[in-house]
Write a protein that binds this ligand. Structure first.
Ligand SMILES: Nc1nc2c(c(=O)[nH]1)N[C@H]1C(S)=C(S)[C@@H](COP(=O)(O)OP(=O)(O)OC[C@H]3O[C@@H](n4cnc5c(=O)[nH]c(N)nc54)[C@H](O)[C@@H]3O)O[C@H]1N2
Ligand SMILES: Nc1nc2c(c(=O)[nH]1)N[C@H]1C(S)=C(S)[C@@H](COP(=O)(O)OP(=O)(O)OC[C@H]3O[C@@H](n4cnc5c(=O)[nH]c(N)nc54)[C@H](O)[C@@H]3O)O[C@H]1N2
Ligand SMILES: [Mo]
Length: 775
């Protein structure tokens, strides 16, 4: 039962270039606000403009440069629309009807412009005044017998000022329940780096890329998700330095790149290859790759010693590390057979990578979700740190580890204390400044929050941005958990699934975005953000808000706080009149923010510093700790392992070129050749044949887990693709119903969105699949 496969044709052009410009123009026009938006785009990431609401890649300070990329342009346009979702819109559409619509449809309706409250009897949202909304939320919070029945979710676009007030409010109220988008994202990076080098952030600055001899990029698709990074990588290659990529798929953006800001290249349509080595390991195979590289390095070191030379940096190892001998012993115990089987790469490929590493004086290693969303992600990142430690590639110019962050301020939110496991030092600093004792026991992260809602232990859910219902795993379980809440509150810019999966009561509070001008009692305000390189800079909107009824995130947090706590522990309304006052509090509590208000006046902002970069290891022993893990027998959690068969495939869920997380801008995925379709499965042609399917055939994906719950999605079409046999890929968030809630990373508790055991079945239209739009 073959279907026409006219929704895909392999993409032949380079990433960036004309395709990117054409697409940017299209998105300009679609926002119905083209003139306003051209002005807006030119302000993106400029010293006196706003921080791009797209990704967290940093910028070299160069005022002359235009600083937006195609996908940043999409993010800006999406926010700066003139379409409105207000009470009149809600009067026309019931929540049940809206729930049958796609995620794309929901966000496309425009900006939320009025506070809304769900009326269960009519099944419609209705207008509510700000005052009544605050009072209602405050009363509900005051009535809780235990503050730990409330969870405070944060998505990584919240500014430092909003995040700081939010955590202060929640802690003054009495809980550390801070589920955060970071729990689903770079949690493993934070955990692994803190436990090895003593700080949960990357150690490189953007300038380091100019001095690196080799850059290793693992599990990341910058052509789509961090387009400005491609320019940095291109410069690396043009300098003659090595760029080695490890990606399960052959991602176009990493294969070739043409710079849209370089007219000569575009006119000749000439693009130079940016990669000097492209390796396609199996899903979850990166720990094995790195282990293999270290195995080669051990041999190279032995050979070098014969000649009185060294490959390892023995001074660094002796002075700065702990546990490396035990780790090297662990590596020797691991067989090449296991390494090759798990990595899916040949010994020759791994040896090549190891030689590049050994010959480079300064090495940078970057990674993103292809590394962090597995069961063994923390172990994998520890392995990478060990590789870097062997040649002293930590804390020297041109070298270091670089987890490339997602949301534009996800790193800053953590710095501000959005953390369910805050450090004692942070809690003590809060106590000293605000004269109350914050709750000391750890709170709930994302997966535990869903469990607690399911079990009736959390009944109030407040979200500072994001789309919890769609971004989290196990959609059926999460939806059920949210519906059991007494009250859900969403502080949002745009309508999304989370507004439609309501608790008994539900309130939507419309907020300003990055592009909007923020007027407060003492004048126009700026906020601050932190990028992947720990640079802090100011961001101020440039557009008049669509409605007077939209409020800033800090103002909304303060409004809820005042209605709940009165003037405790601060005068909430006063600090919101002038954000300098919030920054003074931040300066007093968070290390590295002294003279905050003065330092953000500098063009380009200021560097927060990084202890590991200074070779100051904030670990119990004062050294960089090299952890040794056994190479796992299977990359899957135990609970899936016993149910596998030769039909089992491993699924990774990833982003298309036309989406920002759960925000779907369009139905195309240009660099992967997909047009007008999101329900696709990328699969090795040999697997299509082996399993008796045909190209383009419609299938059901059924996930394999031991709890007897049926998790399946249907009507996805098979696309033959360059991906290792046994591995498949499909888009998030449509695939989230497949991720079992209990399938999460060891130590990180991050849902294993990049390694889900699956079986495929032929799908007939009449069979009983879950409609993707109507979760
Ligand atoms: N335009 C746009 N920009 C974004 C986002 C967006 O949705 N749209 N999201 C933002 C956010 S929050 C984040 S966290 C980042 C995400 O940025 P990425 O991490 O680049 O996002 P993904 O699409 O999840 O891509 C994962 C990549 O890893 C590869 N991969 C998957 N599994 C493995 C594996 O086991 N090993 C290896 N070596 N490779 C693997 C996939 O093929 C894919 O190329 O981007 C941020 N920027
Ligand atoms: N299967 C699978 N699941 C995943 C992932 C995956 O790769 N695979 N990736 C995970 C990752 S890396 C992440 S970071 C999470 C993302 O999880 P979230 O951060 O929760 O999701 P987003 O889609 O980024 O949130 C989009 C919504 O945020 C709101 N919004 C946008 N801008 C603003 C703003 O400035 N202020 C406020 N208050 N609201 C705003 C809008 O209403 C919009 O609908 O998803 C995770 N889930
Ligand atoms: Mo993310």
């Amino acid at each position: 039962m073959s279907k026409k496969t006219d929704f895909y044709t392999p993409y032949k052009g380079p990433a960036g270039g004309w395709g990117a410009l054409q697409s940017t123009t299209k998105h300009w026009l679609k926002s119905e606000n083209a003139v306003r938006n051209i002005h807006t785009l030119l302000k993106t990431n400029q010293p006196h403009g706003f921080d791009c609401p797209g990704c967290a890649w940093g910028e070299k300070h160069d005022p002359a440069k235009i600083r937006f990329c195609e996908n940043g342009a999409k993010a800006v346009n999406w926010e700066a629309t003139s379409r409105k979702v207000d009470a009149a819109f809600m009067a026309e559409h019931s929540v049940s009807w809206l729930n049958t619509q796609s995620d794309y449809f929901l966000e496309y309706q425009g900006r939320l412009t009025e506070p809304l409250r769900y009326n269960r009897e009519t099944d419609h949202y209705e207008a509510i005044s700000w005052e009544d909304a605050y009072r209602h939320i405050g009363d509900t919070l005051k009535k809780q017998a235990d503050p730990n029945t409330v969870a405070f979710y944060t998505s990584g676009r919240a500014s430092n000022e909003a995040a700081f007030l939010y955590q202060l409010f929640a802690r003054a109220y009495g809980t550390n329940n801070f589920p955060d988008c970071s729990n689903m994202c770079h949690e493993a990076s934070g955990y692994a780096l803190t436990s090895s080098i003593g700080i949960g952030k990357g150690t490189v600055e953007i300038d380091d890329f100019e001095r690196a001899d080799a850059v290793f990029v693992f599990g990341q698709n910058p052509g789509t998700n961090h387009p400005r990074m491609l320019e940095t990588l291109k410069e690396v290659v043009q300098r003659g330095a090595q760029l080695l990529t490890f990606n399960t798929l052959r991602e176009r953006g990493l294969e070739r790149f043409q710079n849209p800001q370089s007219p000569v290249e575009m006119l000749t349509n000439g693009s130079k290859p940016t990669n000097t080595g492209y390796f396609c390991p199996k899903i979850g195979g990166d720990m094995a790759v790195v282990r293999g590289m270290v195995k080669v390095l051990i041999d190279l070191e032995a050979a070098a010693q014969q000649e009185g030379k060294a490959v390892f940096d023995h001074d660094f190892i002796k002075q700065h590390t702990q546990g490396l001998d035990a780790y090297l012993e662990q590596v020797k115990q691991t067989s090449w057979q296991d390494i090759i089987a798990q990595s899916g790469l040949s010994k020759e490929d791994i040896t090549h990578a190891a030689n590049v590493y050994a010959q480079a004086e300064n090495v940078i290693l970057t990674w993103a979700m292809g590394i962090t969303q597995h069961h063994h992600s923390v172990a994998t990142i520890h392995e990478m740190v060990n590789l870097m430690a062997l040649r002293g590639n930590l804390g020297k110019p041109g070298a270091g580890v670089c987890p490339v962050r997602g949301h534009s301020n996800v790193q800053g939110d953590r710095t501000m204390g959005i953390n369910e496991r805050p450090s004692q030092a942070f809690l003590d600093a809060l106590e000293k400044r605000f004269h109350f004792t914050p709750p000391q026991e750890h709170g709930l992260a994302v997966v535990d929050t869903i469990r607690a809602m399911r079990d009736g232990k959390v009944g109030v859910f407040i979200a500072l941005g994001g789309n919890f219902a769609a971004a989290t795993p196990d959609t059926q379980a999460t939806v059920q958990a949210l519906k059991q809440c007494q009250l859900t509150v969403q502080i949002s810019t745009k309508l999304n699934r989370s507004h439609l999966i309501t608790g008994t009561e539900a309130i939507i509070l419309p907020c300003l975005g990055r592009t909007d001008i923020d007027h407060q009692a003492k004048g126009q305000q700026k906020v601050t953000v932190e990028d992947s390189f720990s640079m802090i800079h100011a961001s101020g909107g440039v557009l008049e808000p669509l409605s007077k009824e939209q409020k800033s995130e800090p103002a909304i947090v303060a409004g809820i706080a005042a209605a709940t706590l009165g003037n405790f522990p601060i005068d909430w309304n006063e600090v919101v009149s002038d954000y300098d006052l919030i920054r003074e509090h931040i300066a007093a509590v968070v290390p590295g923010f002294n003279d905050f208000n003065q330092r953000i006046l500098q063009d380009g902002g200021f560097y927060l510093g990084n202890s590991a970069r200074e070779r100051n290891w904030k670990t119990p022993s004062g050294k960089a700790i090299c952890h040794s893990h056994v190479l796992p027998e299977s990359i899957l959690p135990k609970r899936a392992q016993d149910l596998l068969s030769d039909k089992t495939l491993i699924l990774q869920t990833l982003r298309s070129h036309d989406q920002y997380n759960t925000t779907i801008y369009g139905m195309n995925d240009r660099y992967r050749g997909i047009k007008g379709e999101r329900k696709v499965v990328f699969i090795n042609p040999a697997d299509i044949q082996r399993l008796g399917f045909e190209e383009g055939q419609s299938v059901t994906l059924r996930s394999i887990w031991d709890d007897g719950v049926e998790r399946k999605i249907s009507g996805f079409k098979l696309v033959p693709y360059s991906i290792p046999a046994g591995n498949i890929a499909a888009y998030y968030p449509e695939t989230n119903p497949l991720v079992p809630l209990d399938s999460h990373g060891e130590f990180s508790n991050t849902p294993t969105s990049k390694s889900i055991a699956i079986e495929l079945e032929a799908y007939e239209e009449e069979s009983n699949g879950i409609a993707v739009a109507a979760v």
